[in-house]
Design a protein. Structure first.
Length: 184
């Protein structure tokens, strides 16, 4: 009984951790999440739903919509771009209305949901480039938080209680790591 309850709670917790935010809900169970599939033949994928993440490389507000140029990164089950992954193909997402360039600036992590609407010719510097185009129906900006983990537990094993002196605690080296997490 306890085992079944425990497994049920763990499963519920894991599903809750991997769920997409409301802004990224899809209408199909299997949206395209790999930009390489779209880049191989964008015209063949027109109309298919996508869920793609990446880093904003540029933003341009037009009269009725905003053009986002995005460098694709693979995403996890929670829709968050994977920071440690190698950048993939670039794509363009068009969002209806105005997006504030200070909020949607270069280098921000983003995930978009929408449908493939074809491709457009462009350039990156002087290099000619074919961009798959996404008509976005939703998007989510992400933040990168840095956490510092210090491991100095072993420094205090010589002293127990209230009669510790600074000499007994010691000032040896402390091991530490900086971790980066993607969050809302």
């Amino acid at each position: 009984m306890f085992r079944t309850l425990f497994l049920g709670l763990v499963t519920a917790f894991m599903v809750g951790c991997a769920s997409l935010p409301p802004s990224l809900q899809t209408t199909t169970d299997t949206p395209i999440t790999d930009v390489a599939v779209i880049a191989a033949d964008p015209e063949k994928q027109v109309g298919n739903e996508v869920l793609l993440g990446g880093v904003i490389a540029g933003i341009n507000n037009e009269a009725a919509r905003t053009r986002l140029e995005i460098v694709a990164l693979p995403i996890g089950g929670d829709g968050k771009p994977k920071l440690s992954a190698k950048p993939q193909h670039r794509y363009v997402a068009y969002v209806d209305g105005f997006l504030e360039p200070l909020e949607y600036n270069k280098g921000k992590l983003i995930t978009v949901v929408g449908r493939v609407s074809g491709q457009e010719q462009g350039s990156i510097g002087e290099y000619e480039y074919q961009f798959p185009v996404i008509k976005a129906s939703g998007n989510q900006l992400w933040k990168v938080k840095q956490e510092i983990w210090l491991d100095d537990f072993d420094r205090f094993h010589h002293c127990i209680g209230t009669r510790c002196s600074m000499k007994s605690i010691g000032y040896g080296p402390t091991r530490g790591e900086v971790w980066e997490r993607v969050t809302l």
